[in-house]
Design a protein around this ligand. Structure first.
Ligand code: ATP
Ligand code: MN
Length: 149
């Protein structure tokens, strides 16, 4: 049913919760798990030293996608990892088209989202505009407020 599952990763707890879910699904369907990190050039800005900054984000992306791919292969599932540049939701949707992705699995939140938001902005845009199903996964780290009452 699913052959190519995309897990966009920003290196956050939400993205690794999504990865675990994607691994379980991929194992059932004998699918490949693609992990993709997008260097958000708009957030890097256009000041002096930008090239160095982009490079360090690229390096972070390499690390995040390699770690993800290793985790996937440890579960005996096929994996690929890539780094793209641009606006995250656009790069994610382009990757979906280019690689024939049939399911996206991603965190409800990432690195910077506030708890009051239902979904992070990247996830919200992908959910609203993707042509393929999107499975969103909440990480345990976001549950702190629920324990209060
Ligand atoms: P916001 O960015 O809106 O302040 P947030 O960081 O909590 O809030 P998102 O950025 O939407 O929320 O992150 C949710 C999910 O989107 C992450 O778990 C990850 O799967 C994916 N994601 C976010 N940023 C990127 C990125 N740069 N590259 C790849 N995937 C990303
Ligand atoms: Mn984010």
């Amino acid at each position: 049913m699913y052959e190519d599952i995309l897990v966009p990763t920003d290196g956050s707890a939400g993205a690794s919760a999504a990865l675990e879910e994607a691994i379980e699904l991929a194992a059932q369907f004998d699918a490949t798990v693609h992990s993709l990190y997008v260097v958000d050039v708009a957030s890097v800005g256009a000041e002096a030293g930008t090239v160095d900054l982009v490079e360090s984000f690229e390096q972070m992306g390499e690390n995040a996608t390699e770690t993800a791919a290793t985790r996937v292969r440890d579960a005996d599932v096929e994996a690929t990892g890539s780094v793209a540049t641009g606006s995250p939701h656009r790069a994610i949707l382009d990757y979906v088209d280019d690689q024939g992705i049939d399911l996206i699995v991603m965190g409800t939140h990432g690195r910077t989202g506030l708890e009051r938001y239902l979904l992070g902005s990247v996830t919200e845009k992908v959910v609203r505009t993707a042509d393929v199903p999107v499975l969103t996964v909440r990480s345990d780290d976001g549950d702190e407020s629920e324990g209060a009452d």
